[in-house]
Design a protein around this ligand. Sequence first.
Ligand code: UDP
Length: 410
Amino acid sequence: MEPNDRLTQLRDYEPLIGAEATERIYRKAEKLRDFHVAHINSTYYGGGVASLLSSVTLLMNSVGIKAGWRVIQGSPDFFSITKKMHNALQGGTINLSERKKQLYEDIVYENVVRTHLDHDMVIVHDPQPLPMVRHYQKRGPWVWRCHVDLSRPEASLWRYFSDYVERYDAVILSIEDYKQDLRTPQLFFMPAIDPFTIKNRDFSDREVDERLAHYDIPTDLPLVVQVSRFDRWKDPQGVIEAFKQAQEEVDATLVLLGNVATDDPEGTEVYESLLGCRSERIIILSREDTALVNALQRRAAVVLQKSLREGFGLTVAEAMWKGTPVIGGNVGGIRHQIADGVNGFLVSSVEEAAQRIVQLVTDEELRRRMGAKARESVKERFLLSRLLEQYLDLMTSFETVYCLHPERMG
Ligand code: UDP
């Protein structure tokens, strides 16, 4: 294949992570040249998993790993059930009927029939394709990568899932707090961002102005922004209430930007439930425009991610990378991304969120200080080169085990 110099290479990370780290990762990748890996998930856009896969599969290929990405298909019924499962994994309730299980398993099986896998490693993301593992003669390790907040999964669902999960050779969760009682080894990889995409690359003031003007977003007052799928766990209603309380003390404009993932059928309903709250200073947009995400996260005086559950908030890392202080819900992965009072704020209520909005909007020096620390912490901990290296280490560890003990393959 002809190299394409417009695609990001690991080398591009060198100014950010240093020559030593870059060379170390290249050396690890060299030993795995042509290692064949398939990633499987259930949507090609919308949401953090698609965003991560889009970048990490290209970066893997750039260092010689043959990484592919398959997306399973399903009917609206299927995605309605898997969204209920997703909600229950994050602590919601579910009526796990036989009918739901049957439909879920049947659609997964249809995908198995049309997905031929003889890779050195298969990495299955999230619950939608989870049962696929049951139907293959493994040629290499299978890894289940669960991105959701597993602090308190609903018990009946977790029992049902455990049967599948234990057929995997390893499970990757975002943080140790999500560890489950399983026979399968559990590893912890925090997600990471690609600083070279349109969503995260440097934008000039002119580019930001142009994007905001395109959507008639006023810039006369400070911007308070949340960028998130329209999902109840992201608490958009709580953001609006917090903003209204803050408005009693400061003048600002709130922008809620969201999109709808193909595997999330609740998005439209949540979006429509918010429309009555729109006003001259409360802008609610449903658009698929990553340059707009960049412009908003960059220009905002403060970004919110007031989630009630969050496996890990890519949006938090994206805004912090742009030097913007983030007010995050004190839950899940966000607690490991924001050091409260140092590079952002963690909040547990609408009132706290409102106070922090007021504090940040009125204190430019605090914004600057926190924003600088936020960017530094993303540079140290949340760039994709770190995640690539963790995957390479995982591949190497399995290479060793399976070469020495091929009988361990299921
Ligand atoms: N996103 C986007 N446009 C939107 C809303 C979200 O591009 O209108 C992106 C966002 O920038 C981030 C991803 O979708 O990269 C969401 O990932 P996150 O981990 O924050 O949440 P998830 O949707 O996976 O729960």
